[in-house]
Design a protein around this ligand. Structure first.
Ligand SMILES: [Zn+2]
Length: 133
């Protein structure tokens, strides 16, 4: 048996810290969960394998945040969107390097690891955000 990292949010962030967007693929039905979860919501299997997924996608929808939580207030206004990745998975994320007026539904975005601004001191999660491709 080979060691497998647990399929948890914590491990998901550890992977992000290494510059990898990893999802949990159910070995029973093949459904891919992003972020990973310990139980398949399709077939209730608990056996998964890690798969690396593309960080490229298109902007599906977005919201511009003007009143932010305290740790993000310095960044406001900023955009948070739902990005549909190349394999059809959808993931929420902050969108950087673009002013909100330039955002367009369907625009190409790519993931960027660990470079997103945050003024939050703790907990200091490894982060990802999206920027125009
Ligand atoms: Zn399944």
């Amino acid at each position: 048996m080979s060691f497998q990292a647990p399929f948890t949010i914590e491990q998901f962030y550890k992977n992000l810290a290494q510059g990898k967007l990893m999802a949990g693929k159910c070995t029973q039905c093949g459904k891919i969960h992003l972020p990973p979860r310990p139980l398949c919501d399709n077939c209730f299997s608990q056996t998964f394998e890690w798969v690396e997924v593309s960080g490229k996608g298109k902007l599906l929808s977005y919201t511009v945040i003007h009143i932010a939580p305290p740790q993000f207030q310095e960044l406001a206004p900023y955009a948070v969107g739902i990005i549909e990745l190349e394999n059809g998975l959808r993931i929420p994320g902050m969108i950087s390097s673009v002013i909100p007026e330039q955002l367009k539904i369907g625009m190409d975005l790519s993931i960027e690891f660990g470079t997103c601004n945050t003024t939050q001191a703790w907990p200091q999660w490894p982060r990802y955000c999206f920027k125009p491709a």
